[in-house]
Ligand binder design. Structure first.
Ligand code: ADP
Ligand code: MG
Length: 341
């Protein structure tokens, strides 16, 4: 009998996670690759590359290959997978067969999907399977995906928000939009630029969002001391911004996410929609951690909303459950197996 190393990978637009059977989640790094544009050489991947964002000289760019659900190019994706697998000592050995279940954003094309499988094989996997992300997220948060009942999962990541209703092991209705955490950050950057003539970088916007951002006007009176560059004088400047201002800054983007949930409900057959009404909606992905998002979606849809216990890990935990039952659950892996020979 061949001993396999069974590996689950969540290639998210913002974060990549790796699960190893028997070990648990063994890696969590940003999906970022830093490239020198003079010679196209990859300088860093993951956390190291993330540190370079906004701090690089002109000839170094930071690429997020999975951003916005579009896989930038094969080489970058391949190098990213190879680097992540190489980071885990228990995986990196040459003499073990690796069976990999990979999740990619829901709206990738079949060409992109093939490219990811091929990249995984070239990076050392002997077998690679692609699992649709909403399915993985739903399995990861313990929704009864195989039962004849409608379960709704909303995965708010960095580049995309994916809404899906699942029943009997299949996706019955879905809606995917390229609006999620990144766009919330852009909304903060734009607001501060327009209101205060202050330029801030993406990491600052992210920090503001995580610290005082909310999707609901909670009126908790929080404030944040923002450091940026004055657009008029060109010099560093500090301002104090309130939680309520950020709430207004995020409002339009939040509305798009709420609309996507509604659009998916409209596409859902009535019986299954009524299951969702009864059982509620589950939020996953890092965006689920935005304060008040559950509340605004519940209010707008009239359906109870729950935030997953560990929203950032939902997808990779879904792949882990697939791996634990890889033979039994092969039916759920919708796309064909793809292997080296
Ligand atoms: P992806 O699956 O696309 O890689 P993730 O599920 O890892 O995305 O979520 C990343 C997104 O979650 C980022 O946009 C990040 O800003 C956002 N995020 C993480 N933590 C929080 C938080 N506490 N509040 C709001 N947004 C958060
Ligand atoms: Mg994700």
């Amino acid at each position: 009998m061949v001993g396999y190393k069974d590996i689950g990978i969540d290639l998210g637009t913002a974060n990549s996670l790796v699960y190893l059977k028997g070990k648990g989640i063994v890696l969590r790094e940003p999906s970022v690759v830093a490239v020198n544009t003079d010679n196209n050489k990859i300088l860093a991947v993951g956390t190291e590359a993330q540190k370079m964002i906004g701090r690089t000289p002109g000839n170094i760019i930071a690429i997020r290959p999975m951003r916005d659900g579009v896989i930038a190019d094969f080489d970058t994706t391949y190098n990213m997978i190879k680097y992540f697998l190489g980071q885990v000592p228990e995986i990196s050995g040459f003499f073990s067969k690796k069976r990999v279940v990979i999740c990619v954003p829901a709206d990738v094309t079949s060409v992109e999907e093939r490219a990811v499988k091929e990249a995984a094989i070239q990076a050392g996997a002997s077998e690679a399977y692609i699992l649709e992300e909403p399915m993985a997220a739903a399995i990861g948060v313990n929704l009864p995906v195989e039962e004849p009942t409608g379960s709704m999962i909303v995965d708010i990541g960095g580049g995309t928000t994916d809404v899906a209703v699942i029943s009997l092991g299949g996706i019955v209705a879905s809606k995917s939009i390229r609006t999620a955490g990144d766009e919330l950050n852009s909304a903060i950057i734009n607001y501060i630029k327009q209101q205060y003539n202050l330029m801030i970088g993406e990491p600052t916007a992210e920090h503001i969002k995580v610290s005082i951002g909310s999707a609901y006007n909670l009126k908790e009176g929080l404030t944040y001391n923002v450091k940026g560059r004055d657009l008029v004088s060109g010099l560093p400047k500090n301002i104090v911004i309130t939680e309520e201002e950020i709430y207004y800054a995020l409002h339009e983007t939040i509305k798009k996410i709420v609309e996507a949930v509604k659009a998916c409900l409209e596409k859902t057959p009535p019986e299954l929609a009524s299951d969702v009404m009864d059982r509620g909606i589950v939020l996953a992905g890092g965006g689920a951690l935005l304060k008040g998002l559950d509340r605004i979606i519940a209010e707008e849809t009239g359906i109870p909303v729950f935030v997953a216990e560990d929203p950032l890990s939902a997808v990779v935990l879904g792949t882990s459950k697939m791996i634990e039952n890889i033979d039994k659950l092969k039916g759920i892996i919708t796309k064909k197996r793809y292997s080296r020979r």
